[in-house]
Design a protein. Structure first.
Ligand code: M6R
Length: 606
């Protein structure tokens, strides 16, 4: 879960590398480093964020070739030694790597026998020294050394190597980990995603699995497949949108992103649903839907929660069976998928390793694949047949907020489309009018932020929390618990209301509060019973209730009132107080809201 950036050409490399690292920090921020070639190889690294590394860099590095890395630790703690780039035993190669080498211990033993010693705890150093060993054996031919080494390697990698003896050259390879190249008139860029280099160029190469590409300032580009056979490279030209990391007027990106939701949702609700850039009606997906027997939704974390809402909506209104699967489980459990399946991969970033791999498995099984994505030109954007975009703008805070509500809206609109195709016209009207009116209600929730902040101070130093919801708001409970734990480090569990009696109720006492989502009318009577069961055990209850629900107010300790909206869109409203609650609790506990410990915005290793 790391970010790679590199450049070789006629420009000075320092600022390109720093700028790229900052743009890639969403992939990890526990340590960073750069290596440059200016006659000899020089490596500078540091634990902590990119800003810490920058403090160590001399203002003028005077080099036009370099590679850099921002890390999320997989093997070994975040430290200077474990940070990338790594230098090989011979001192002739320096490498940055994203991915995991699964058989690193066996390779390490093999290399120790050959006289190698290791200074870091990383699998990267093992892979690098394996290449180094072959490099020495074949007289400094890096291509052959890499091909020979990859035969022995199990795992995934995206890597970039610079060589002591070849000052203007970067050699890259990828397998099951994203890596792209950019080209301009000055030279060659390499990066984990195109946004790290899209300020410089609009010409990109997307290497296939196992491709090895040598980018040489003097000799140009050469590409080889995994068997070492030379191959042609396809260059795609397009202008990628610039990232906008600006939070003017807000203290944190998460706060800004929560407050952006009414506007984003209103824009989506009042626009045409586009699939692959064309109106959804009359789109070829609409034809394909006629023969679809089953839908599988894939995602991780918050995107998986949105997928659960998609299941409830589609099954109820379209009557097609829907499975919602953690991408990480789906990819390894030998699922039954065939060409009559529609597989929907939901991902804000489009770079989540498990979702990418699960989607690829579905593609290989012949399924039709649809991505519901925020980041255009991401790996999943390229790897799916159809795409619906969230149009939510850059989501920088690690805790997903506006992408979640945008995912729910796009799934609702997809439900309306599918319902229309299947002849259930009334659903289209219900969903579209409910969505068109929702943004004012979302504004009203934000207007109550101060009350939520006050409530947060009452509960901020609680160690545990239970979140309960039912039906469409069971995923809201899961999402509320996830928000609280990831940014405030409070243990929180989300459960369907009725499941509480099957175990979690044993936890309930005065010090273990429960947050109940009580906004949808269908499940209300059942949730009221759940609240009574908690109160009978001296548990404290905070309830998210509709503004006029006085009877519920009598039953609980605290309430957060939200405007009453049709059940079909209630998850959009009920999740907002939970986002705000987690945000204020995290502030009170002194946590880093936008970059919580141990996390990364995008989980790019499995
Ligand atoms: O980019 P993706 O939507 O694929 O990311 C999936 C999860 O990693 C992500 O939603 C994660 O759970 C968030 N940090 C939750 O706030």
């Amino acid at each position: 879960m790391c970010g790679i950036i590199g450049y070789t050409g006629s420009r000075q490399v320092r600022d390109i590398l720093i700028d790229g690292l900052l743009k890639l920090e969403y992939r990890g921020y526990d340590s960073a480093g750069i290596a440059i070639h200016n006659g000899s190889l020089r490596v500078i690294k540091s634990p902590g964020k990119v800003s810490k590394l920058v403090e160590l860099l001399p203002p003028n590095l005077d080099s036009t070739t370099g590679i850099a890395h921002t890390r999320w630790a997989t093997h070994g703690e975040p430290s200077e030694i474990n940070a990338h780039p790594h230098t090989s035993g011979s001192g002739k190669l320096v490498m940055v790597h994203n991915g995991i080498i699964e058989n690193a211990p066996a390779i390490e033993s093999y290399l120790v026998e050959k006289g190698y010693s290791f200074i870091s705890e990383t699998d990267t150093e093992v892979l690098l020294n394996l290449i180094d060993n072959e490099y020495e054996l074949c007289g400094g031919d890096l291509l052959s050394a890499m091909l020979k080494s990859f035969e022995k390697i199990e795992g995934s990698y995206a890597l970039a190597i610079i060589e002591k003896g070849r000052p203007g050259r970067i050699t890259i390879c990828r397998k099951d980990s994203p890596l792209i190249m950019g080209i301009d008139d000055t030279g060659y860029f390499v990066a984990s995603d195109i946004y790290a280099v899209s300020d410089y160029t609009g010409r990109f190469i997307f290497p296939e699995n196992n491709d090895i590409i040598i980018a040489d300032r003097e000799l140009g580009l050469k590409a080889y497949d995994g068997n070492g056979k030379e191959k042609e490279l396809k260059i795609s030209s397009f202008t990628a949108r610039k990232k906008n990391p600006d939070r003017t007027g807000y203290n944190h990106f998460m706060e800004k992103e929560i407050y952006e939701q009414p506007h984003i949702i209103s824009e989506l609700a009042n626009s045409i649903l586009f699939i692959n850039g064309q109106s959804a009606c009359g789109n070829s997906l609409a034809e394909i839907i006629q023969r679809i027997r089953r839908i599988t939704i894939l995602g991780c974390g918050t995107s998986w929660h949105a997928g659960l809402i998609g299941k409830y909506l589609i099954e109820k209104h379209v009557r097609i069976p829907v499975n919602v699967e953690y991408a990480s489980e789906f990819r390894y459990r030998d699922p039954v998928i065939d060409p009559e399946d529609l597989v929907i991969s939901i991902s804000q970033s489009g770079e989540t390793a498990d979702t990418i791999a699960a989607n690829r498995l579905a593609l290989e099984a012949g399924a039709i694949t649809l991505g519901i994505l925020n980041v255009k030109n991401s790996t999943l954007d390229r790897d799916t047949h159809f795409q619906i975009y969230l149009e939510a703008g850059d989501e920088i805070g690690v805790a997903s907020t506006k992408a979640y509500t945008a995912q729910i809206v796009q799934l609702s609109r997809l439900t309306a489309l599918l319902a229309g195709i299947k002849g259930n016209g009334s659903t289209i009207g219900d969903i579209s009018s409910a969505l068109k009116n929702i943004s004012g209600s979302m504004q009203q929730v934000l207007a109550g932020a101060e009350k939520i902040s006050a409530l947060a101070s009452k509960y901020a130093f609680t160690n545990n929390f239970l979140f309960l919801g039912r039906g469409l708001n069971f995923p809201t409970a899961l999402e509320g618990a996830l928000k609280l734990k990831e940014i405030s480090y409070i243990h929180a569990e989300g459960y369907p209301g009725a499941e509480m009696k099957h175990g979690p109720i044993a936890l309930i006492d005065f010090n273990f509060p429960t947050l109940v989502v009580l906004t949808d009318s269908e499940s209300r009577p059942k949730m009221i019973s759940n609240i009574k069961e908690i109160k009978a055990r001296r548990g404290r209850v905070i309830a998210i209730i509709n503004e006029n629900d006085e009877s519920a107010e009598q039953l609980v300790d605290d309430v957060i009132k939200v405007p009453s909206v049709p059940d079909i869109v209630s998850p959009l409203i009920s999740v907002m107080p939970l986002q705000l609650f987690a945000y204020y609790v995290a502030l009170l506990r002194g946590c880093n809201v936008d970059q919580p410990r141990n996390l990364a915005k995008s989980v790019t290793v499995e």
